[in-house]
Design a protein. Structure first.
Length: 494
């Protein structure tokens, strides 16, 4: 790597400390592992029952929203979570630093879950989802950025460390839907939302005790905003809020158009972000080339997430209508299907971490990992095809387990690697914002998944799964072909 990379904020003396380790990783990783686990417990626990809450009838405790509209809302909300990472990243890089932004974001998340639990009907949904979206956006980008400060840029443990961090995410993702789904199916939706709030509170308590163990680089403000310019940015924020409120009141933004609105906003934000980074005088030549290298990775990531995030839309509807959830005379709650993927993540993330550690510099390059992840995700969608045309609740549960296993393999090739490469390719002046740029690919893919879910119909599901699976495989093949060119732009980063 170039000399400028060695002076980035994440090249810290703490990164080289090996005296006390967490599975051979820096000990401070345990604190980030914990807060991310509890945040994901609350996030996935709530999301596991959100779609059902929206489209279940009022008699069944839901709001009675049409399924297509409900799927669009969930997709738009998921996209907004990742879109808001740019706000959290900007606050971290210009105002508070990553560590403090992470802590305050966790408080906002807890307030959002409490709103869903305590406020009735659409009021609770609106207030709760807005708070959770902004809080999660602030926490996600900054937790990832703080993990990056634990390693020197050339530390071969980095991808393995991010895989372990990903294990914490999926421990929460496993337990959250199980418990909230159980409460939802037995005593009601609002008790499930309340449990999500309790989980986030546990994460806050745990993280409060471990904050001081993090390296000083996690608290640094890389590009401080001058005090004289703060009123300008406060004004911009207020104008943005007013515009959104006016568009809602005028009927321009509606529940039916939310997913498309988020897609358009995310594309605009993405273009703006790339332009700002590439035109900045604060980045050097090699850093600029690395940003260019991130563009094809961004496109492949978007394709991947547009399929993967349908776990929370199409797969949920499929589990309700097409999946046989009968286990020895007992019907498994629908949200429990969303805990299958985290089980495999927990089992396989350690395996992948061990493989990357064992291979060291012989492991596949990042572009090849992205290509494999995207193509394998396409294969997962093709695996639905043998069950096309079956009756109601006719797909065997074991088949869904197998399909979600392939989802998991695809995810481990791309998602933790994407978090890692965003910290490796980041210009020094845009450290956290580069992580946010990766999350913009997740935002765009998630919003697209909501838009696509509105097109899902059991009568035409063969064409739906076949076409989307084929497109994802094509994206993976193209990225593999151009990977040597991408690697040259990455300037020594693999």
């Amino acid at each position: 790597m170039g000399r400028e990379a060695d002076t980035t904020p994440h090249s810290t003396p703490e990164a080289a400390e090996h005296k006390r380790t967490f599975f051979e990783q820096p000990w401070a990783l345990v604190h980030l592992f914990g807060v991310e686990m509890w945040e994901r417990f609350s996030f996935y626990g709530m999301q596991g029952i959100l779609l059902l809450y929206l489209y279940f009838s009022v008699a069944d405790g839901g709001l009675g929203v049409p399924k297509a509209t409900a799927a669009g809302i969930v997709g738009a909300y998921g996209g907004a979570v990742y879109l808001s990472t740019i706000v959290g990243a900007w606050v971290a890089d210009r105002l508070l630093g990553s560590e403090r932004t992470l802590f305050y974001s966790a408080i906002v998340i807890m307030l959002g879950h409490l709103s869903l639990a305590l406020l009735p009907g659409f009021t609770g949904v609106g207030v709760g989802l807005i708070l959770v979206a902004f809080g999660s956006g602030g926490l996600k980008a900054n937790a990832t950025s703080v993990v990056g400060t634990l390693y020197a840029p050339d530390d071969t443990r980095r991808d393995a460390g991010f895989s372990l961090f990903y294990l914490g995410i999926n421990l929460g993702g496993l337990i959250g839907p199980l418990l909230t789904g159980l409460l939802q199916s037995t005593i009601g939706f609002h008790y499930g939302f309340a449990l999500a709030a309790v989980g986030m509170a546990a994460g806050l308590v745990q993280y409060s005790f471990g904050r001081r163990a993090l390296p000083e680089a996690a608290r640094a403000v890389p590009n401080p905003l001058p005090r004289a310019r703060r009123p300008l940015w406060i004004g911009i924020a207020l104008v943005a809020v007013v515009i959104i409120v006016v568009l809602v009141l005028l009927g321009v933004i509606t529940a039916d158009t939310l997913a498309l609105d988020v897609i358009v906003l995310t594309i605009a934000a993405t273009i703006a972000y790339f332009v700002v980074m590439l035109s900045s005088r604060r980045i050097q030549s090699d850093e600029r080339k690395r940003v260019y290298a991130f563009i094809p990775l961004f496109i492949a990531s978007t394709a991947f997430w547009s399929l993967y995030q349908q776990q929370f839309t199409v797969v949920t509807i499929y589990s309700d209508e097409r999946l046989d959830r009968n286990l020895f005379g007992w019907e498994m709650p629908i949200p429990w299907v969303q805990s299958i993927n985290p089980i495999f993540i927990i089992i396989l993330s350690g395996v992948f971490a061990a493989i990357w550690t064992k291979l060291g510099r012989r492991q596949p390059s990042t572009p090849i990992k992205f290509a494999l992840g995207t193509a394998i995700m396409g294969v997962a969608f093709l695996l639905f095809l043998p069950f096309v045309g079956g009756g109601a609740n006719s797909t065997p549960l074991l088949a869904m387990v197998g399909i979600l296993f392939v989802f998991t393999v695809a995810e481990l090739f791309l998602s933790p690697v994407g978090l890692s490469v965003s910290t490796k390719l980041a210009p020094a002046a845009f450290r956290t914002q580069m992580v946010a740029l990766f999350f913009l690919s997740v935002a765009l893919g998630t919003a697209i998944s909501g838009q696509l879910a509105a097109l899902y119909d059991p009568k035409t599901e063969g064409a739906y799964f076949g076409l989307l699976g084929g497109i994802a495989i094509a994206f993976g093949v193209v990225l593999a072909v151009i990977s040597p060119w991408v690697l040259r732009l990455m300037r020594g980063v693999r």
